[in-house]
Design a protein around this ligand. Structure first.
Ligand SMILES: [Fe+2]
Ligand SMILES: [Fe+2]
Length: 211
């Protein structure tokens, strides 16, 4: 208790009244966390930093597993796609995905950790969804392409969320080079997502003009 500091956050009630309540206690720290109207401004403690690094490395292992399995899944999706444009988009992103895994290996090295994959249940499920689309749609149809785009965009959104958070944590931990590397991957995931949206819109327009 000697070094314990009770942390409070301030929260606006629906009636615009400010109330306070205890959230948690940080032991053995000299850091004071301040809060202003729901916005936490904090300085990271040594204990927090260690825990955050654990969370960061765990996140790296998760996305590393995902990237390694995605490369295979994307190859299958490319072979199964109907339009040449969608095939090309999947092929391009397969190469990028292999680069993402290699970049993560560099990141592991930069933070002093061994590159290790940890099974990502969420990505396993998303990959299964893509396989279901292939088995439940007819070859050579636009419906299959729409389904593949939907499955692929779910994957990209998972990656975007993961890399965005990992980049932010890397910055917080002072790994600026790592943050920049994760940003490169994040940008490619974002570009892929936009490309898939463009292709989906093309199909919708083609369908409309055929009516
Ligand atoms: Fe990726
Ligand atoms: Fe991706």
């Amino acid at each position: 208790m000697a070094f314990g500091i009770l942390v409070w956050i301030f929260k606006e009630t629906p009636r615009n009244r400010i109330t306070t309540y205890p959230v948690y206690q940080i032991q053995q720290t000299t850091t004071v966390m301040k809060a202003t109207k729901g916005k936490l401004v904090n300085q990271i403690t040594e204990t927090d930093s260690e825990k955050l690094k654990e969370l960061f490395v765990d996140g790296l292992k998760d996305i590393y597993w995902a990237e390694k399995h995605l490369a295979k899944a994307l190859t299958k999706m490319s072979k199964s796609a109907t339009s040449e444009e969608l095939k090309a988009a999947f092929e391009k992103h397969t190469t990028e995905t292999e680069e993402h895994a290699a970049r993560l290996e560099e990141v592991f090295g930069l933070v002093g950790e061994k590159a290790q994959a940890k099974k990502c249940a969420a990505m396993e499920g998303l990959i299964e969804e893509g396989e279901e689309i292939i088995s439940s749609t007819d070859k050579g149809t636009m419906v299959r392409d729409c389904g593949l785009i939907m499955a692929a965009q779910k994957v990209e959104h998972y990656e975007i969320a993961s890399y965005g958070t990992l980049r932010n944590i890397a910055r917080t931990l002072g790994y600026s080079e790592v943050a920049d590397m994760l940003q490169i991957t994040l940008d490619q995931e974002g570009e892929t997502d936009h490309k898939l949206t463009e292709l989906a819109e093309t199909y919708v327009n083609e369908e409309a003009s055929a009516e």
